[in-house]
Design a protein. Sequence first.
Length: 364
Amino acid sequence: MFSRFRQLFLKEFLELFRDPRMRVLTFIFPALQIIILAQAFVLELRNVDLAVIDHDNSVLSRELVAEISASGHFNAKFFLQNVSAAEKLLDSEAVRAIIEIPAGFAGSSRRENGGQVALYTDGTATNDAGLIQAYVANIVSGFLQKKNLSENAPIVARSWFNANLESRFYFVPGLIAIQLVVVSFLLASIAIVKEKEIGTIEQLMVTPITSAEFILGKTLPYMAIGYIAATIMLLVSFGFYGIMVKGSWLILYLSVGVFLAGNLGGALLISVVSTTQQQALLTSFFFMLPLVMLSGLLFPIRNMPEIIQYLTLANPLRWFLQILNGIISRGCGLEELWFPVLVQVLLAAVFISIAIRSFHKASD
């Protein structure tokens, strides 16, 4: 009995690692994920870009801004004259918060509850908004105590787009994006390799169909499935959580299509280079984890090491989350979202082009 078990065990073990690509997926990819993702898991608040509106323009107000910047948590990046100009920066995510110092701050701060500083945060990122409010309140309080002024932190905090900092307005759109990744990546990753396993790929190769037609023919059905899934999830979000789309439905659906096209291009590329469905699915799972973790949904990208931040530029999920939150929660249009939309289009074009080129080489 033991001899039969041993032979079966050795056969299965050797079969599992016979393909060099399976050895890479099993041992090398997990090690790379530990090296990269562990550096991205930073929960502390760092490098938050601020817009500053200093109506007082006194020595004390300038020292307060310098104190906030010197904390290491914030960068006073823009100095503006009014809130309306700063609001556009908050809409486009150029800044994460706005600090408004009132006129007469230096004089009124000598009173017990004077010198109220206004802080406006982006409420769509609920965790960040809460941390920013707490950090700024502590810094301002410590600064005034150091100057022997008011002992209370005179902060008036307000969160735009999500006044009560309800987390569902942030995480539900994020879950929609992740589910679209799952649907498009997993289903499409086995599309071509399935043809290889059942032997129909050779029959297709002798037909007049071109590589571009073949890839598009494999892509469009899954894109239709993705659109149906996105519509269902948006309806469920409205029905169960009361989350409404504040912006343009047209821009939203066009962005969904571009996002799905990029994902499907990457998934078909995996399918082209894989030899079995098991290998294709395993490769897809290994790529899906970094896509989610490096998207900015769970961990702020600005907190990550610089080299990891550059890697996130090629992550379609990062840009789609910006578009999704901008349209659903803020009601933004192309004026604020043109850059992430442009990057999404470029990434989709690159991934589909690589998939077509790779399939053309494989078919030759």
